[in-house]
Design a protein around this ligand. Sequence first.
Ligand code: NAD
Length: 485
Amino acid sequence: MRTYGLFIHGREVPAASGATFSSVAPMSGEILGYAARGTEADIEAAVSSAREGFAFWSSLPPARRERILLECANAVEAYHDRLLNLLIDESGSTIVKARYELLYTASVLRAAAGEVRRLYGDTLPNEKTHRLSMVIREPVGVVVVISPFNAPLALLAKMAAFPLGAGNAVIAKPSEETPLIAVEFAKVLHEAGLPDGVFNVVTGFGSECGEPLLKHPGVNGVAFTGSTTTGVRVGQIAIQTMKRLQLELGGKNPLLALGDMDMTKAADIAAMGAFSHGGQICMSSARIIVEAPHGLAFAHALAKKAASLYLGDLRDERTAYGPLIHQRAVEKVIRHVQAARDGGGQILTGGSVHRGLVFQPTVIYNPPRLSECWAEETFGPVALVTEAASLEEMIAIANESQYGLSAGILTNDLKRGLSAARQIRCGAVHLGTHSFQSDPMAPIGGYGMSGIGRSGGKYSIEHFTELKWISVELGETPLRRAHIF
Ligand code: NAD
């Protein structure tokens, strides 16, 4: 059984304490390997490596950074199978989802390479005649990237690639559920030519490994993707040392099915939005709001689809979903389903554990809208369906949430669809499809408790660069108050 190290300054090293923890496959329960258990004692080495990496990386001409990031993308494709197999096993992904993550990872690295040459500044009009004013962009420095378990490669790559493109160095702290894929990714990037110290990985737990990183004065920025509860804590710590902060947090995403839709087709689209990766997707279509009188017909069509989803080996291309990540996740789903049932929700299909950590795709009609199942993120394969009398009521229901990450609107009526899109308070609204969409160049992030800031393309670059105003006095230095100075 392989024991992985922390990845610091271009090589794997054990944790200072020598401690390790196991990485377990959620589908089989098998131990896949051991990761180094990083703690405060390891953070100094990681930060000093990243500071050295930053000094070198930020001094390179943009064309060199662009070329290296393109090589990194090529290397992800060259090492496709090595990464794919670990991704499937460690995160319980189906082969289809794992392939998508790899495609996305290579694509995000290429998109970041493209942004390297677009670190534009400004020249400004002046109050004074003899002054030239310009604004330049500089990388913030060392950026800590803290990632969740559910898309452990794609999200880590997305959060790291754009700050790297802007000339920052990165220290990644992956989820303790998926540490090994992050170390493998770091090795691939290093083999592709990313210089020592530019991308480091410290594996370990939130409080003993993540927090000392957030507190370190040598760290300048934080990109975090994870739950809202953790994000609030991360934000509180990071702001004490004024780190540049970006938070991508949870969601309870609405999907609106308008009355003009064919409800069987709408249900097929909704099934993909709600049940992909067992619902363990931040943008999952969890609350489905159907225009009257189609609510129950839609819910039955969705239940039929959910019951027909194939569950086989994760490497079988027909398999539609896999296990939840751990027992605590299963217990949360059970609690939410129970709350919906207690409040009078009708369970049309599913509602219990299939086997191990696999929960049945579940459709609940008319759940109580005040209970935790409606208000909180379930992060499991549970679709809640409710009916509303008008478009105004659908929008009001969509907006009755502390979250505001992503929404979908199913309609062929562009005018009604666009009108709804403008009124829904979410970071993204997708017309003609479900709420789970991504693109390397799009701004991903949310309103309300779904986070702060946006990642992707130029939006990440803006976030992880400092603006500096430089002015040049072109005339005589005007000392109008010469009698004072
Ligand atoms: P989590 O909040 O439990 O953990 C996320 C990361 O934070 C892990 O690396 C964890 O080790 C680290 N962490 C935990 N406590 C910490 C602390 N005190 N200090 C520093 N780091 C700490 O989330 P999870 O269960 O891994 O992932 C699921 C959550 O992520 C869901 O809520 C989901 O909605 C969210 N998510 C959001 C997006 C988005 O784009 N908005 C994308 C994917 C996942």
